[in-house]
Design a protein around this ligand. Structure first.
Ligand SMILES: [Zn+2]
Ligand SMILES: [Zn+2]
Length: 284
């Protein structure tokens, strides 16, 4: 490691929880979704192989429980071969430095996300004026300063492939952030959508807490390009996923997923787009 890594100087433990926090669910023999407070990490790999890839890295100051969950699932010889970051928001990179150090794992992200991962540029401030609930209202306390992973973070391959995940492809889904990616495995149509589409309404504290399923657009308070966000959702919809694992909310599959996605895509402006806010033209 040639350069020291550091978190954004506004990173801190945040008092937001869901009822699934600390729990994991196996959605395929080689896919395990672990909820850390309000965000999901995905462990890809079979437990008997003791090796895995991690997609995203949880909330700030939560590394211990994430590492413990990995050893619990993959055994004491467990080793992360790589960490893929869907984007650089604090709730997806919050404990990544400790994970890198634990396993000496390489980290990969999209080129357009690099300024936010190498200490160059902060994200735009969250917009608490969007409607939707308490989480939106408390969003000004969310960290926006960039993490600096130095040269530990590398670019994902241009051809859509992903290191150590031969059956997955990455899909560029900008809007929520410029360089956000989703991961898709066509063989069994598993989609890891990051925050491009989420399965619970992330602005609403009660829904976050109870994890009520509602296929929704990206968290409003942190989404800055709504035209791109709409196109990205459309791209994911056209993949016709059979299993959706999103950055927030429980995994959803089958008919419930199909109906939810159709409803969202056909009513995007009404369901996803804020009526007002810093990053939208007022609808009325
Ligand atoms: Zn995000
Ligand atoms: Zn998120």
């Amino acid at each position: 490691m040639t350069k020291e890594m550091r978190y954004g100087d506004d990173y801190k433990k945040l008092p937001v929880y869901s009822k699934n926090s600390g729990e994991g669910v196996e959605v395929r023999p080689d896919i395990y979704v672990f909820t850390n407070q309000i965000v999901n990490l995905v462990f890809i790999g079979r437990p008997e192989d003791n090796e895995f890839v991690i997609v995203d890295a949880g909330m700030p100051k939560r590394a211990d429980e994430i590492i413990e969950a990995a050893y619990e699932r993959f055994g004491e010889k467990a080793k992360a071969k790589a960490i893929i970051l869907t984007h650089g928001h604090f709730d997806h990179v919050g404990s990544v430095i400790e994970l890198i150090e634990e396993w000496d794992a390489p980290v990969y992200a999209h080129p357009l996300e690099m300024p936010y991962l190498t200490g160059e540029s902060p994200y735009p401030k969250p917009d608490m004026s969007v409607e939707g609930g308490m989480v939106a209202k408390m969003s000004p306390i969310f960290p926006t300063n960039p993490i600096d992973l130095g040269d530990s973070v590398q670019l994902i391959p241009k051809d859509g492939s992903l290191p150590h995940l031969p059956h997955f492809k990455w899909v560029h889904v900008p809007g929520h952030t410029p360089g956000q990616i989703a991961l898709y495995r066509s063989a069994d149509r598993v989609l890891i959508s990051a925050d491009a589409i989420v399965t619970t309404r992330q602005e609403d504290l009660t829904k976050v807490l109870t994890q009520r399923v509602e296929i929704s657009g990206p968290p409003r308070y942190l989404t800055t390009d709504w035209d791109a966000a709409k196109l990205s959702a459309q791209i994911l919809y056209e993949l016709k996923p059979d299993y959706l694992i999103s950055g927030h909310g429980q995994p959803v599959e089958g008919e419930e997923l199909k109906e939810g996605l159709e409803r969202l895509i056909n009513n995007w402006d009404e369901l996803a787009l804020p009526d007002h806010g810093r990053y939208v033209d007022d609808k009325d």
